[in-house]
Design a binder for this molecule. Structure first.
Ligand code: CA
Length: 228
């Protein structure tokens, strides 16, 4: 956990610097962004383990940034607010955020909250071994296998194909829009819907055929059609 990557989205440089210092001192890797769009770009490119997100940001506020992060997946988020009047909103927000802190805060407290959130969330989502019918996806080992009856056969996948497969295997039966898969799985510069089609057809060819279904007008779904 200690080398987890923390993304801090905060427009006040002094506060960002204090948080960065405390997280770094505790052994975390840290990246900072001064506004929402930069934060989202870092999130897409660097896939942080946790985001510390200020609410009052210039332009795109923290709620919008949180919504965009949630559309991409389950990255844990701790919200930061200066305003007591936001507390009502924060109650509602707890659905989408993993925790929140109110300014002025003790930076050690923020680090402690981050540790607690990481402990809670590290065992969930894409880091867990995923089993779906004959398919097993091991995100930690970056390996996917299909059970053939004569033992598991590894799928030969590129990193992007693997990310698409493990993202979909985390929510079996859910229809994923191409745009969701682009956001969650594709590196920047490769972000075209039809690129998803080509990756998905290669996934099918690699051994996940029969489990991948096209959903007209939406995208794709992964499911174990003859699951026990
Ligand atoms: Ca602010």
């Amino acid at each position: 956990m200690t080398n987890a990557l923390i993304l801090i989205v905060e427009d006040e440089p002094e506060i960002a610097e204090i948080l960065e210092t405390y997280f770094a001192r505790e052994g975390f890797r840290v990246i900072c962004a001064g506004d929402g769009p930069t934060g989202l770009a870092h999130h897409q490119r660097l896939r942080p383990d946790l985001v510390v997100l200020d609410i009052k940001l210039p332009g795109q506020d923290g709620y919008e940034v949180l919504a965009a992060i949630r559309r991409r997946g389950e990255t844990p988020v701790i919200m930061v607010t200066a305003l007591a009047e936001d507390l009502d909103k924060l109650q509602a927000l707890r659905i989408g955020a993993d925790d929140y802190v109110v300014k002025p805060f003790n930076p050690l407290e923020v680090v402690a909250r981050a540790r607690a959130v990481l402990r809670r969330t590290l065992g969930r989502g894409p880091e867990t071994l995923l089993r779906l019918g004959p398919l097993t996806v091991d995100p930690q080992a970056h390996r996917a296998t299909v059970e053939t009856g004569r033992g598991p056969v590894p799928l030969d996948l590129t990193p992007t194909e693997f990310r698409i497969l493990s993202h979909m295997a985390g929510a079996p039966g859910r229809a994923f829009a191409r745009a969701d898969l682009v956001d969650a799985c594709l590196p920047e510069g490769e972000a075209l819907d039809r690129t998803v089609d080509s990756h998905v057809s290669k996934l099918a060819a690699a051994g996940a055929d029969g489990m991948l279904t096209g959903v007209r007008g939406v995208g794709y779904r992964l499911e174990a059609l003859d699951a026990p």
